[in-house]
Design a protein around this ligand. Structure first.
Ligand code: G3P
Ligand code: CA
Length: 293
């Protein structure tokens, strides 16, 4: 078709949008809300994971939800770090050469704060530090973001569930607006999530993993979400999760990870997942938009 004028072009575009928009509307109607996009470890594709720089990288891309990993130092301070060891994401090996395997639980906060948690990722992040949970919560709050908080390896840190909840409370994260809209606590450790639910049943919780369909109802007693890797998600599994109600009498949800490309994002959305957790949350959001969600 040859377009001979601006008016004809406008007409053609209107015709095209008339074809496209009903598809988007139909998708939205079929799936309800589009999946929530959560920045994994902040926005780990754009800044050193689990740092304040990563939270801000997500914020700059207008990503509301961020995910993190909480562990504990030798002197009992909660910090945000993914690996048990400091070796991969800091210069701990260089600063403390005799402290192999550099487990965070063997270092005081003062020692952890000496470490550079940015240079491994890129020179422009030199001097970025491992944040305490308190610092991290402040930044997320300052940015008006929401937090999917993972208790990482809680079996290594007895009592971390109670301590984390105390810190959330002290920082104002257990008031009703945070509880209803801005906080989810998740873990691969089901016992830790059970404890969190028992200590404060108002907190929204998630179990990381893919329990068998037969076992899902046990998790639904204390988990609002089941959060499996995206490769494990099938239509049957999503239906089975959605068939159950969680402890807050709402449909059990499913957030899936780690969804870093457009194709996987659109596939997950097509399966009806409630959230996608992504190192490239802007890519996931754009893919959803382009697919009409
Ligand atoms: O939130 C999902 C994801 O963080 C789980 O895996 O190893 O990145 O903590 P991992
Ligand atoms: Ca995590």
């Amino acid at each position: 078709m040859r377009i001979r004028s601006v008016a004809a072009l406008a007409g053609a575009l209107m015709g095209l949008s008339a074809l496209v928009l009903p598809v988007a509307a139909a998708r939205a109607a079929a799936h309800g809300h589009p999946p929530v996009v959560v920045g994994h470890r902040g926005a780990a594709a754009y800044a050193p994971e689990n740092t304040l720089a990563s939270v801000d990288a997500a914020h700059r891309r207008r990503i509301t939800w961020v995910e993190n990993d909480v562990q504990r130092t030798k002197d009992g301070e909660l910090v945000v770090l993914h690996d048990t060891s400091l070796a991969r994401t800091t210069n701990a090996k260089k600063v403390f050469p005799d402290r192999s395997p550099w487990n965070v639980g063997d270092f005081t906060l003062r020692e952890v704060k000496k470490l550079d948690a940015g240079s491994w990722y890129g020179a422009r992040f030199k001097g970025v530090r491992v944040p305490t949970l308190e610092e991290y919560l402040d930044e997320v709050e300052h940015n008006g973001q929401r937090l999917l908080m993972e208790l990482k390896n809680p079996e290594l840190y007895p009592g971390i569930e109670r301590q984390a909840l105390r810190e959330l409370r002290d920082e104002g994260w257990l008031n009703s607006s945070h509880l209803t809209r801005r906080l989810i606590v998740q873990s691969f450790n089901a016992d830790a999530i059970k404890k969190v639910h028992r200590m404060n049943p108002a907190i929204k919780t998630g179990f990381l993993g893919s329990p068998s369909v037969a076992d899902l109802s046990k998790y639904a007693a204390y988990c609002d979400q089941i959060n499996p890797p995206h490769t494990a998600v099938t239509p049957h599994y999503v239906t089975a999760v959605h068939h159950l109600k969680g402890p807050h009498h709402r449909r059990l949800e499913l957030y899936t990870w780690t969804v870093d490309d457009a194709k996987s994002t659109v596939r997950a959305a097509g399966l009806g997942v409630d959230g996608v957790i992504s190192n490239k949350p802007d890519v996931a959001r754009k893919a959803l938009h382009n697919a009409g969600y």
